[in-house]
Design a protein around this ligand. Structure first.
Ligand code: 9MR
Length: 648
């Protein structure tokens, strides 16, 4: 096992670097400066590259000499009526997708103001916002320096914009630069190559990471065995509120949640194109799950639904989640799924009932509706029923080494194991190295004890979100402690390798981590391996046979020869009015796909009209109504195909 000699490791490093890559990498020399793509100092009085965001009639953008950083002129947004009105710069009509850019700018209120720089885009008809830089406060010029942005080809209306206060806002020296790709270190061992015969080694990504060639080079060298979507397969990304409400309006049925994998699509496509297995995270969680999902008619201000109705919603969500995913991505290996996430508190009790955002982050709408944690078992039962073959089912949690929580997880897991609906425990492993090995939490011994306990269950273990924080503003000594602690944890994991099937880092480089201020990952912002990377590989040997990801061959549905001559239809043939319009509302949307699936599942309750049936028969027309028709409509909605009907 460990602590043989490093020389061998280094010698084999190059051979171990596997190429599952996408575009050929073009690297800037080490000294390369970012390339300026746009630069505005507004001295020529032209502000036409910016528009006003927020749809009010009163805001005006102009060139003003009332304030300036460089020269005498700045962009002024005056007459703003809401804090979200302000100057916006559109990216997707000027810049390239899958490319990283730095945005820099100077911003100032006419008087004291709190300002933000934010990001907006629309995908699958839904507009999303996020704050890139918050907490700019003051009466003088404030700086935004080299903030990274990127977008994918699925995003439309992509803007960077300035907001905050309702005072006049000045912007000056707005610069867009292309981030140079840095060549990663090839002379170090690949983690997946080194440990991948023992357990899969992977990471979590968000779509923005796909734009960083250097990040993806690290993924392809070290983490090619498993990818988790950092946020995009969580309920708040997958549930489509407008479609859910439209479906209720149309059918009167509010138990069939409507979903879209639009946000996850770039990551799913990456896994498909590069043959990377995926961990699904997560189906049932109190957090990042909208409260309206638990309310009558999916209305924000609706009453909480009954437990019976929520069970139907849960089953239909899990069903449509897996069915859609496996139909859209038949060659992706969805090898693991976090069915339930973070349901137990540290004292071994369920969470408090309540809306997600109500007083602290710990409340659970699942507990609100079910009264306790009795939603866990049906979640696993449905997941077992609908998950594709080979997709193992996990309960996933943090602080999973603390006694109260650990015992609750163990009791729950024994019960679920007896019922045959769980395969393993996901240990998130968000750990904290602190100032010394003695102060680290948990101690290596405590973590090791949890590994022992979960191993004894006879279930699989996956380390699902590993990261290890340092104190803020770490010094060299803190990185040394982090390295020693990572080494201890990794050794404990390796000692349990017979019970562990995957070890997933929660991100690639420190600067992109959810805990960036505490530098928790194995690579730094310059894509260099940190001391903690070196400490975990040091002494392990590269295997003779480097693991690769076998391609997934989708299984064809069984076909049987018809044994009788088909009966000629006796009803008059109905001409198609609009291919895909199963519900007769003159548009083709995922509501049509849902109507078809309902009609197939329960024809008595959800029969389509004759016209609807004719319109719905979009996959191999003439073959009658099948799930393939619904899938073709979903593919159209996801822009995977351009038109209907389709022949397969
Ligand atoms: O990495 C995720 C981060 O981008 C989100 O802001 C955050 C919001 O809850 O969720 C992070 O991922 C969490 C994961 O889904 C569950 N375990 C804890 C992770 C870190 O918060």
């Amino acid at each position: 096992m460990r602590k043989s000699h490093i020389t061998k490791v280094m010698a084999m490093a190059l051979a171990a670097s596997l190429a599952v890559g996408t575009a050929p990498a073009v690297y800037a020399a080490d000294t390369a400066e970012p390339k300026v793509v746009y630069s505005f100092d507004f001295e020529d009085g032209d502000v036409s590259a910016f528009t006003n965001r927020g749809g009010d009639d009163t805001t005006e953008l102009s060139a003003s000499k009332d304030a300036a950083v460089s020269g005498e002129t700045a962009l002024l947004a005056s007459g703003r009526s809401e804090s979200w009105n302000g100057p916006a710069f559109r990216l997707d009509d000027k810049l390239e997708p899958y490319t990283e850019y730095y945005i820099s700018a100077k911003i100032k209120g006419r008087y004291y103001t709190g300002a933000m720089m934010s990001f907006q885009y629309t995908v699958d008809g839904e507009t999303k916002y996020s704050n890139l830089v918050q907490n700019l406060n003051g009466s003088d010029w404030m700086s935004v320096e080299r903030v990274k942005v990127s977008f994918t080809e699925d995003m439309e209306g992509v803007y960077v914009y300035f907001e905050g206060g309702s005072d006049d806002l000045f912007i000056d020296d707005f610069v867009v630069e292309e981030v140079p790709a840095v060549e990663i270190e090839q002379d170090i061992p690949g983690l997946a190559a080194m440990f991948g015969n023992d357990f899969k080694v992977g990471t979590a990504l968000v779509p923005g990471n796909l734009s960083s060639r250097s990040t993806m080079d690290l993924v392809e060298k070290h983490f090619y065995q498993s990818l988790t979507a950092g946020n995009e397969m969580k309920p708040d990304s997958v549930l489509n509120k407008a479609a859910c409400q439209a479906y209720v309006e149309e059918t009167g049925d509010d138990t069939v949640p409507q979903i879209s994998f639009g946000a996850a699509k770039p990551l799913l496509n990456y896994c498909r194109n590069n043959n990377v297995p995926m961990r699904i995270h997560t189906l049932v969680w109190h957090s990042q799950t909208p409260d309206w999902f638990f309310k009558e008619n999916y209305a924000d201000d609706g009453e909480w639904v009954s437990k019976e109705k929520m069970l139907l919603r849960m089953e239909n969500y899990i069903k449509v989640f897996f069915e859609t995913l496996t139909e859209l991505y038949p060659t992706v290996d969805f090898y693991a799924c976090d069915v339930v996430n973070e349901a137990w508190l540290e004292d071994g009790k369920p969470r408090q009932p309540g809306e997600q955002g109500s007083g602290g982050s710990a409340k659970s709408a699942w507990v609100q509706v079910f009264g306790d944690n009795s939603f866990i078992e049906p979640a696993f039962t449905y997941a077992r029923k609908y998950a594709p073959e080979g997709c193992k089912l996990y309960y996933n949690d943090y602080n999973e080494y603390m006694d109260g929580k650990m015992n609750a997880i163990i009791d729950m897991a024994k019960d679920l194991k007896e019922k045959g609906v769980i395969d393993g425990i996901g240990m998130q492993s968000h750990l904290d190295a602190r100032q010394s090995l003695d102060a680290a939490f948990p101690s290596v011994a405590m973590y090791n004890n949890a590994l022992n306990k979960y191993s004894e269950l006879g279930l699989d273990i996956q380390v699902t979100e590993l990261d290890v924080t340092t104190p803020e503003n770490p010094k060299d000594a803190d990185f040394a402690v982090q390295a020693a602690y990572y080494e201890g944890i990794w050794d404990a994991i390796y000692a349990h390798k017979d019970n562990i099937s995957a070890v997933i880092l929660w991100g690639v480089t420190d600067d992109q981590s959810w805990r960036a201020k505490q530098y928790p990952l194995l690579f730094d912002a310059e894509y260099k391996a940190k001391e903690c990377f070196k400490s975990i590989v040091d002494g392990y040997e590269m295997p003779e046979v480097i693991p690769t990801n076998p391609p997934v061959i989708p299984t064809e549905p069984a076909t049987t020869e018809p044994t009788t001559k088909p009966v000629e239809p006796t009803t008059p043939v109905v001409e198609v009015t609009l291919y895909g319009d199963a519900n007769g509302d003159d548009v083709v949307s995922i509501a049509d796909a849902a109507a078809i699936l309902q009609a197939i599942g329960n024809a008595d309750k959800y029969e389509l009209s004759e016209q609807g049936k004719a319109n719905a028969d979009v996959c191999n027309p003439g073959g009658g109504l099948t799930a393939a028709d619904a899938i073709a409509i979903q593919k159209l909605d996801a822009k995977l195909i351009d038109s209907l009907p389709v022949t397969e």
